[in-house]
Ligand binder design. Structure first.
Ligand code: IMP
Ligand code: MG
Length: 180
């Protein structure tokens, strides 16, 4: 029922990116990363919780040797992006001397990304790259590198495919946009 609007709590959302488009996009990112890392055993680090769907589908497309790890970050306040980021779960694996690729669901203001770069600054990794399924260029306020971007989207709130509105909507297999 991907062509119909959905309601989550008090808000209406309209279809925005189909599951087929998402899968094609992930296939492309996965192939690009594989071509660069096929001689190595990279560690893919998923930033919980929004990344769950992307992380799982990315791994299914990635055919080289790899390991995985997670961390969980959260804003202190409400649902607005804030620059006070709390580490709920720290890196689940020692990343010393590893080729690290961080996987994010979405990069919006870049506050979370900046926090990640700060956390990794004193960690002796062999290399570090960032991949994000979605990127909102009009919301991004930082001068930080994002190595792999799935899709650039307008600065509007989206749900589905791991992304939530007030805790709900993560289990939808396509991406919906808040109705104007
Ligand atoms: P940041 O503003 O780049 O730090 O993004 C912080 C976090 O806000 C992301 O990792 C998402 O969890 C969440 N977020 C940003 N934009 C959206 C959206 O459109 N829908 C749902 N969550 C979002
Ligand atoms: Mg996230």
């Amino acid at each position: 029922m991907e062509n119909q609007a959905i309601t989550i709590k008090d808000k209406e959302f309209v279809p925005f990116i189909s599951s087929e488009e998402i899968q094609n996009c992930i296939h492309r990112i996965s192939n690009t990363i594989y071509e660069e890392y096929k001689e190595e055993v990279p560690v893919f680090v998923g930033v919980l919780s929004g990344v769950i769907m992307f992380f799982s589908d990315f791994l299914k497309h990635y055919h080289g040797d790899c390991e995985i790890a997670f961390l969980q970050l959260a804003s202190y306040e409400g649902f607005q992006s804030t620059n006070k980021i709390d580490t709920k779960l720290d890196f689940t694996k020692d990343l010393t001397n590893r080729h690290v690729i961080i996987l994010e669901d979405i990069i919006d203001t870049g506050n979370t990304l900046e926090h990640l770069y700060d956390k990794l600054e004193n960690m002796p990794v062999k290399s570090l790259k960032i991949a994000s399924l979605l990127f909102k260029p009009d919301a991004f306020k930082k001068d930080l590198n994002i190595n792999y971007i799935g899709m650039e989207i307008p600065n509007k709130f989206v749900v589905g495919y791991g992304l939530d509105y007030d805790g709900l909507g993560r289990n939808i297999d396509a991406i919906y946009q808040l109705k104007a």
